[in-house]
Design a protein around this ligand. Structure first.
Ligand code: NI
Length: 163
């Protein structure tokens, strides 16, 4: 098990549409574990494969209720009610962005035993699931920023890379 390097905005891998996993094999099981290790060492509560440079539809989550490992997550149902909350992202350092998301979601996917699972989530768990799903579709919290704030953030990021 090892810690992987977390890719940061504006790394182009974060903008790719990720590929579905055909089957959970040893390689994917190792990836789940390495992603959990990486997430925990950065005090994260969720991580998507593109954040460690892997173009696969794989996410891990732990909001303090035990690890969740899902491949090919798909939304079955979204709640109608929405809630807004400040979100951070390990790939978008030093930014908190208010994001409005449905407060309930049901998803299906494959677990680490290659079995189909369904997860019914609300509150923080629903939010983290939807945040990680965004990653698999190349979407980041910067996309929820206002236009001006996004430019400001991009300039700061660029300056940081040049120092
Ligand atoms: Ni994120």
């Amino acid at each position: 098990m090892g810690t992987m390097q977390i890719r940061k905005y504006p790394d182009s891998i974060l903008r790719q549409e990720c590929q579905a996993v055909a089957e959970i094999m040893d390689k994917e099981i190792r990836l789940f574990e390495d992603m959990l290790t990486t997430m925990r060492s950065s005090q994260g509560i969720g991580l998507a494969a593109p954040q460690v440079g892997i173009n696969k539809r794989i996410i891990v989550i732990d909001i303090g209720e035990g690890p969740i490992k899902i491949a090919n997550p798909e939304i079955i149902k979204l709640g109608k009610a929405k809630e807004s909350m400040g979100e951070g992202c390990l790939s978008v350092p030093d930014a908190i962005v208010d994001v409005s998301r449905p407060s309930e979601v049901i998803i299906k996917g494959l677990n680490e035993k290659n079995r189909p699972v369904e997860i019914k989530a609300k509150g923080l768990l629903a939010r983290v699931i939807l945040h990680e799903l965004d990653h698999l579709n190349g979407k980041l919290i910067v996309d929820y920023m206002s236009f001006l704030r996004k430019i400001d953030y991009r300039l700061k990021t660029r300056n940081k890379l040049h120092m």
